[in-house]
Ligand binder design. Structure first.
Ligand code: ZN
Length: 281
């Protein structure tokens, strides 16, 4: 593998995955959903191997990942045309997928579909409230304006996207044989992304003075600590008044010791290994 600029490396490795990393990061997006019928959910595994780090579809009967005990994650991969992003390194517009647990459906329904049954006709702003590693991280989704970028079909054609086929970009549909081969390469690795959870809480991130994320991947080895470290205590994120009751349920789950799956799933992107500063949330 040749040396690349850090920004290029990150773009290639993570470019298809939507992320808001820091408190009050935001992005303006068009959801590639025309109705709730377009919202698809899949049982997946997150695998890490020499050949592939990322989501794979669970094959159910005889699934090699299930046999290895890799946790099943039931996820949405929300397809979006990301128009702009508070990250200055973002180069768009481009198609990205936002991996969310099924718990996120409630917010999607409330903030998006309830008032905009065809969300693809609008531009929404997604804003993060929560510093890195904050289990209480929340997102707001607010409509900004009508989509004058182009209708759904034009966007799909321009970016050469078709759904559901293009979900393969973010979640591979391997055969059992392929998946078994890939999993053979990960024998020295954790079988569950959860085991990286809680690695190295970084209090420095309680301010917004976050080192550039692009600088991190060149760190040679992840520095794990046993996942006994308490979650960093952070000031409660400001909760906008628009949060729905469903969304407010989420932090409660966190407080009783059930990790917020949405946030852990971000961890599962493998960022915990290679971009420790982005672990979780
Ligand atoms: Zn499986």
């Amino acid at each position: 593998m040749a040396f690349k600029k850090m920004t290029e490396y990150n773009e290639q490795r993570y470019g298809n995955s939507f992320r808001l990393v820091n408190d009050q990061d935001y992005a303006d997006v068009i959801f590639l959903y025309r109705s709730t019928a377009d919202v698809l959910i899949a049982d997946t595994h997150y695998v890490k191997s020499a050949e592939y780090n990322g989501y794979v579809q669970c094959l159910e009967d005889g699934c090699p990942a299930c046999e290895k005990g890799i946790r099943v994650q039931t996820n949405l991969f929300i397809p979006m045309l990301v128009l702009s992003h508070s990250d200055p390194d973002f180069k768009g517009p481009k198609i990205q997928f936002w991996d969310r647990s099924t718990k996120f459906q409630a917010q999607l329904m409330n903030d998006v579909f309830k008032n905009y049954p065809d969300p693809s006709g609008f531009i929404f702003r997604i804003t993060r409230y929560g510093v890195p590693n904050d289990r209480g991280t929340r997102y707001t989704i607010n409509v900004l304006e009508e989509n004058l970028v182009g209708p759904y079909d034009d966007i799909m054609a321009k970016y050469k996207i078709s759904l559901p086929e293009s979900y393969d970009i973010i979640c591979k549909d391997y055969s059992a044989t392929e998946l078994r081969r890939i999993l053979l390469q990960q024998s020295s690795q954790n079988t569950s992304p959860r085991q990286t959870y809680g690695a190295t809480p970084r209090t420095v991130h309680q301010s917004n003075a976050v080192p550039p994320e692009s600088a991190v991947p060149i760190v040679s080895a992840p520095q794990y600590v046993a996942p006994i470290a308490p979650a960093p205590t952070v000031p409660a994120a400001p909760v906008p008044a628009s949060f729905s009751a469903e969304v407010m349920d989420v932090p409660t789950a966190g407080k009783v010791g059930l990790p917020s799956m949405d946030d852990v799933d971000i961890d599962a992107l493998g960022l915990g290994d290679d971009i420790p500063d982005n672990v979780g949330f």
